[in-house]
Write a protein that binds this ligand. Sequence first.
Ligand SMILES: [Zn+2]
Length: 403
Amino acid sequence: MATNHNLNFICYKCQASLSTANILLNKNKNEARGRCAKCNIWTTFPLPEIKKKLIYLDQSFFSDIYSETVKEDLNQRLKEKLLLLRQKQKIFLVVSDIHSYETSNIPEQHSKQKTEQWKFQNSMADGCIAGNFDNVVIAQTRRMLLEKNSFETFPHTDIGLKNPHQFMVGMNIISTNTWRDGLNQSSKTSSEQQNEAISDNLDRQVEKLPDNCKLSDCLHHIQELRKGGLQQGIKDFIKDKNFTLQSEEIISEINAGRTPSFQYPQISRSSFYPVIKSVVEGLDEDAALMKWSDLLKNDNLGLCPSLRIRIAMEAELLWIKKQGHRQNPKKFSENFGVSRHHDIQHIASFFPYVDAITTDNEMFNFCQREAVKKELNKYPTKIYAKKYYNDFEAWLSDLIKNS
Ligand SMILES: [Zn+2]
């Protein structure tokens, strides 16, 4: 692999150069080991600490550069520059389950594009898949409950990446992750069904808002909805935990030959229950939940950064819907439905962690809306829409020049 670091991989005993095929990366220790074919002994090499730029390319970007019909020079140049920067170990591509889902939905007649795209994503990300939105919310909330000044930095471990800045060397076996393709294909609910559920829910929210409402009312409405869900999840978790404790008492009562007095509690688990459970795993559960619940009561402090971004976006969608804009039923998915929600999830999950992110023009404009912009302006991340791909190319060119 060509890099600007001139590492000499030579056998410590006979000084012979080792072939790349005999060098193995030790990801846990930031070092590599190489075997000399002549002496049959291993030499250990420390690897340099490097900092790569993290990039998130959305599905529309891949559709552009891998389209079989559109062969624009700019698209080709972008692809080549990304590959070169990856070879120079200057960038790391954040690939998510949303990519995997969307790639697996590329129709069979474009199977060549599908395979190429998957290979590109996989090699650019060293075979790593970042966490999904819930994973990021869980990681951020745990840090919020445990650390002081928890959001001064955004560590890549939050998005499920162990070490994207790893110096890559030697022969690295990259798992193909093709199983995810199959998994997503077999387990997906149809987009029509999902869009229908989103539409019903949105209509219900619109009805709850007064006719003379403003954007701030929509924002408040969604914030209260999310906070209410989380508080309910916290209550459910505590109830469930008490029930488990009670069951243990009942068993010991029975074992002691007594008849226990017993009431089966009504536990309805909110959709936030799994998130709550993961947030407090391994922590002092009661103390952590009490702190979180207090933060939620106190001016939205209990909402982590990714949740705040998502809430701002959902509030803007509700505001658009309430005003009666974008009524075209054929464009429901792009405007309000599954397609839009994938964009929302990828921006809310990864925006604070990456150096640059791409979007389609629609989503870019959506990110300029008041409530969303207020959240996104907190981060130095560069955002490139299709109409600004020239600027994206200039940014990539600078990275190449500076290497
Ligand atoms: Zn040797």
